[in-house]
Design a protein around this ligand. Structure first.
Ligand code: NAD
Length: 281
């Protein structure tokens, strides 16, 4: 089973399927990531906010897998957007991961109502990490079309990815389309809506037709739309299930039927990035 690579606009490649560790407890992260690496995942998505970068680093170190075979992403926390704070926290991320280079580092949330509305200086700061070789690529997360337009216009630096909420109940087409227009790859977070779409009638029917599970059909739907996904699971069985999606395809009609489940804003499970202003204590 081969996971396809997506080529980013900086000509680096990212595995289209990875493993997310949001809500994986820090003291169980090393064993959970070790299990995911054992299944075959080579792309891990963590964040400063998740508090589990150290466990990710431990699993990587213990795995014996060559560094160049792994793709590691982390994200800047909401309390460290000021350039000097961002620089310090990036140092801490590399040290927690036990790496001298990260593949991808993202601004986790734009926080347009914080920091006097300035996420542009934060974005310029992330670009320093590419310039000094400690980040291969940098990108953003939860950026709405206006946020993307602004950083590209004001800095000329285009993020390689925009990691946004996307799943069958919230297809987030405006943010997806704005990303694609800028040449920015879409990473779909909560690709299963944290399990919320798995009982859906349409998805269940399509899954039965392919002798696959609803989770497999939902992940396959994302893959065929070209988005990058990293479902989370603590169970080795589900990790395997979610990895086993490259031996079937959906028809154009099935892809459209799943996209038609979109509920617009009502389908959003996470916060709206225009108003989200959470800063950790
Ligand atoms: P998800 O959509 O991946 O769902 C995970 C949950 O779905 C699991 O906890 C489990 O309950 C269930 N599940 C997983 N596989 C299953 C299977 N095969 N069968 C049945 N149930 C299954 O949700 P997520 O963890 O929120 O999102 C994935 C990743 O996206 C995160 O781990 C994180 O890396 C990233 N993320 C990023 C942001 C952001 O703001 N950038 C926000 C949320 C998540």
């Amino acid at each position: 089973m081969t996971v396809p690579n997506i080529t980013l606009h900086d000509q680096t490649t990212i595995p289209q399927l990875g493993f997310g560790v949001y809500q994986v407890p820090p003291d169980q992260t090393a064993e959970t990531v070790a299990a995911a690496l054992e299944v075959g995942y080579r792309h891990i998505d963590t964040a400063q906010m998740y508090g589990n970068e150290k466990g990710v680093g431990e699993a990587i170190a213990a795995s014996g897998i060559a560094r160049e075979e792994l793709y590691v992403t982390s994200k800047l926390n909401n309390d460290v957007h000021r350039p000097d704070d961002a620089r310090r926290s990036f140092d801490a991320t590399l040290s927690a991961l036990g790496l001298d280079r990260i593949d991808l580092f993202l601004i986790h949330w734009p926080l347009p109502t914080r920091y006097d509305g300035d996420f542009v200086s934060t974005w310029r700061t992330l670009a320093e990490f590419v310039a000094d070789g400690r980040a291969t690529s940098v990108g953003v997360s939860n950026f709405q079309p206006a946020h993307l337009d602004r950083i590209v216009t004001e800095t000329g630096i285009v993020p390689v990815v925009n990691q946004i909420e996307v799943h069958p109940y919230f297809t987030n087409e405006d943010a997806r389309a704005a990303s694609i227009r800028h040449g920015v790859e879409v990473e779909a977070w909560s690709p299963l809506a944290q399990g919320g779409v798995l009982g859906d009638e349409v998805i269940t029917r399509i899954a039965a037709a392919h002798d696959k599970t609803p989770a497999q059909v939902t992940l396959r739907w994302h893959i065929e739309r070209g988005d990058i996904v990293f479902p989370k699971s603590m169970s080795a069985e589900r990790m395997m299930e979610n990895f086993d999606i490259f031996d079937f395809t959906l028809s154009a009609e099935e892809v459209a039927d799943i996209a038609a489940l979109d509920r617009g804003e009502a389908g959003r499970t996470g916060p709206n990035p225009d108003t989200f202003d959470y800063i950790p204590a």
